[in-house]
Design a binder for this molecule. Sequence first.
Ligand SMILES: Nc1ncnc2c1ncn2[C@@H]1O[C@H](COP(=O)(O)OP(=O)(O)OP(=O)(O)O)[C@@H](O)[C@H]1O
Ligand SMILES: [Mg+2]
Length: 270
Amino acid sequence: MKMNRLGGKVVELKKLYKAYGDKKILEGFDYTFSKGERVGVIGKNGAGKSTFLNILQGLQEPDSGKVNIGDTIIFGNYSQQGLQVKTDMRVIEFVKDIAEHFPLAKGGTLSAAQFLELFLFNPDKQYTYISKLSGGEKRRLHLLSILFRNPNFLILDEPTNDLDLPTLGVLENFLMEYPGCLLIVSHDRYFMDRLVDHLLVFEGEGVISDFPGNYTQYRLQEDKKKMAGESAQLTVKPTVAPQQATPVEKKKFLLKKNVSLSYCRKKWKI
Ligand SMILES: Nc1ncnc2c1ncn2[C@@H]1O[C@H](COP(=O)(O)OP(=O)(O)OP(=O)(O)O)[C@@H](O)[C@H]1O
Ligand SMILES: [Mg+2]
């Protein structure tokens, strides 16, 4: 896919502070996003991940500090708020209202109908009224409507919670080829492992650490730390070395090839 042009600057966060009463979310957080960065965000419920995403996009003010967003940045934000449609209309009309087409990196474009097909809306469904879609179909439409805007900084807040497996398969394939900046909050280690290069770990109390690996590697490190802590507490050393946790084989959400951009390119001769 071809992206909206990214200028030099992506997003710079400088000395961000945020608290709700005495609940600390950010404590002097500094970070500069670079082009094409793929970041996972993890942390316990209530650690402040969603608040952080809102501040990053300029949707919410920090208590202090600066958020500098590059002039060419177009955010795409998938959260669980769901699809907001003021007036009911057919699915295809709704998508056509968003953009003329979706540009592909290697040239050519996908029409609204083709994009809908990629996201598993067959022609019948494309002519259905939005009010007649199921909850899952509405969420899928919400997701694709965000992607069809062709954002160059995509933020997904817990996408694996409320999308079904076929949709996650299409999304995963799409994101594998996505050239923009990608930020994903998820507890799903398989999804994260395939898509992100490093993690921002919300440890609580405003502490955020940058882990240079994927979720599985992070869990392994945490398990090792825990085992080291436990064995240090023992007065007698164990005679058998603790076994290392073995990473679970990565699961693919869907193996159907007709849900990838490259397959569609061939099919539609783009
Ligand atoms: N507007 C608000 N006013 C007061 N407290 C808030 C507000 N929004 C969030 N909080 C609190 O701040 C903390 C962080 O919330 P946030 O939604 O950012 O966490 P999160 O890491 O995204 O959690 P989850 O994993 O459950 O989605 C929570 O304890 C929440 O109750
Ligand atoms: Mg959240």
